[in-house]
Write a protein that binds this ligand. Structure first.
Ligand code: NAP
Length: 269
């Protein structure tokens, strides 16, 4: 069942692109800096590296929070694909398993796979379950199938330029947390004077302010960096407290600018 208390550590490491030996090195550095929440997916090709980094870290598996995501091609073999993920990571369970995207053009429909995801949780292979890139309509379809209280989070694109407030409010009203992917707008924040101004006030970086804003509005964030200094700086964003006026000013940066928008994707809210 969803905890309703925010079981996800508030800052996690995004792993998109952290493949090969360089990716493994980046994961090991992140763990040594203090990251314990790691976001991977079947489609990233990083599950093996995540498992290796956890094993090599010498830190207890139970101290980590590992999320993976079932890719759309695997919706028809969801259960087997979760087994594949666990084998690749060398883990007995995932802390959170998400549906990565609703079916392409809604094929298969939510009703075909969300109950099966709930049964994966019942089997103990996923401590928590959730969804990603689900619109309000998809969230409602999922709740109609498996009831309130099962989905822990909806992971979707959210950053200062795309705040997705309508969807975020809808999820929270249903007891579903928000995980912000691309929280740094993919590294495109540098030319934003307001971020620079607030960053100077806090003696912080613009990326830290962008993350602190998302944390202030209640989201979990999963920035990706392969660079140890940036990993550290991103993790330290949790120590920055923005005041109400700063949060309101940053809220006004929303311009509905979406970076991830595949042609087969959903009709966004
Ligand atoms: N569910 C989904 O469909 C979905 C979609 C997209 C992403 N995600 C998840 O969300 C994670 C984050 O999204 P993302 O990787 O696309 O974008 P992001 O985290 O917004 O941005 C990553 C980019 O910002 C740079 N960066 C990181 N920290 C920085 C800092 N402190 N200062 C300056 N630049 C910095 C990184 O470069 P360096 O690595 O060189 O530092 C990288 O180029 C992904 O890794 C993935 O786990 C999920």
């Amino acid at each position: 069942m969803s905890t309703g208390e925010g079981a996800l550590p508030r800052i996690g490491l995004g792993t998109f692109g952290l493949t090969g030996a360089g990716g493994l090195g980046a994961l090991l550095s992140a763990i040594s800096i203090g990251y314990r929440h790691i976001d991977t997916a079947q489609s990233y090709g990083t599950e093996e590296n995540v498992g290796r980094a956890i094993a090599r870290s010498g830190i207890l598996r139970n101290d980590f929070f590992v999320t993976t995501k079932v890719t759309t091609a695997n919706l028809v073999r969801l259960e087997e694909s979760v087994d594949d993920s666990l084998n690749l990571m060398g883990l007995g369970y995932a802390d959170l398993v998400l549906i990565h995207w609703p079916g392409r053009y809604d094929d298969p429909p939510v009703s075909d796979y969300i109950g099966r995801l709930a049964r994966v949780q019942d089997s103990g292979k996923a401590s928590l379950i959730g969804v990603s890139n689900f619109t309000r309509a998809h969230v409602d379809q999922a709740i109609a199938e498996i009831g309130l209280g099962r989905l822990e989070t909806n992971q979707f694109e959210q950053n200062v330029f795309l705040q997705n407030r309508v969807l975020a409010d809808h999820c929270r009203d249903a007891g579903i947390g928000v995980t912000a992917y691309m929280p740094l707008a993919g590294g495109r924040l540098d030319q934003t004077p307001l971020l620079a101004e607030i960053a100077a006030r806090h003696d912080a970086g613009v990326n830290q302010i962008a993350l602190a804003f998302l944390l202030a509005i209640g989201s979990v964030v999963i920035p990706k960096s392969a660079t140890p200094e940036r990993q550290k700086s991103n993790l330290e964003a949790a120590t920055i407290t923005l005041d109400d006026a700063e949060v309101a000013a940053l809220a006004a940066l929303d311009r509905g600018q979406r970076f991830i928008d595949p042609e087969w994707g959903p009709d966004w809210d």
